[in-house]
Unconditional design. Structure first.
Length: 233
């Protein structure tokens, strides 16, 4: 299974021009993903969703994927479909279709992405994505990147009360820091954080657990959706 961190460079609904107004990072571990998009101008949540990545078709040069929206801050519950290079490295283009947010009509889109190396993979050799037993929370770690999001209790995809957080490992300071957090403040208090709660014992399960198992993280049980040992850069 693979581990990918991809940063978006631009987006456009065809035939509109391309632009980028967000800090978007997608964490993919095995067949699961966490996609977090933060507005550059305000730091507010533009879009957050997480779910399963399913392969629909493989050609000589591209793979067609379907991404489910198990939780979604904008309330989309239908999966979207896109095509990526077989082995995306450097800068690459994703093409596909999804409901246009202004019209609701399924529309073609283009997204320019950059594949990132996994930072601090020697210090943190395991990448994973976990889902809470109630299905509302996804947390993921790949090297020195941690992303977490939790849906609300109302609306499609749990859109009302949605919150999200992104944290990064500061190697010089030897600690996790919160880079961005957004959403309802009342819900943020329930969302797991490495910056405030990290203890090495929290991850003793990494080397022995398998997908589908329940693990205890910060006192709560989570389902291991994906777990991969990362090769050092």
């Amino acid at each position: 299974m693979s581990v990918r961190l991809t940063q978006r460079r631009s987006f456009r609904w065809l035939p509109e021009p391309a632009s980028e107004t967000t800090d978007t990072l997608v964490m993919s571990v095995g067949s699961w993903f966490i996609d977090l998009r933060i507005k550059l101008d305000t730091g507010a949540l533009e879009w957050g969703f997480a779910g399963e990545e399913k392969i629909l078709n493989i050609s000589e040069s591209h793979v067609t994927y379907q991404w489910t929206h198990d939780i979604d801050s904008q309330g989309y519950t239908e999966p979207d479909i896109g095509s990526l290079p077989v082995d995306p490295v450097g800068d690459f283009l994703e093409t596909g279709t999804a409901p246009h947010p202004e019209t609701g009509i399924v529309t073609k889109f283009e997204e320019a992405w950059r594949a990132l190396s996994i930072p601090f993979s020697t210090e943190f050799p395991y990448a994973w994505i976990l889902q809470s037993e109630d299905g509302r929370t996804f947390i993921g770690k790949a090297g020195g990147i941690f992303q977490a999001m939790r849906s609300g209790t109302k609306g499609p995809g749990g859109m009302y009360g949605f919150c999200a957080r992104r944290e990064v490992w500061k190697g010089v300071e030897m600690k996790w820091i919160i880079k961005q957090e957004t959403g309802h403040n009342s819900a943020l208090g329930e969302l797991k954080t490495l910056a405030r709660n990290l203890g090495q014992e929290e991850f003793a399960w990494e080397g022995s657990s398998t997908e589908g198992e329940l693990v205890n993280v910060f006192g709560d049980l989570y389902i291991v959706r994906a777990l991969v040992h990362v090769k050092p850069n």
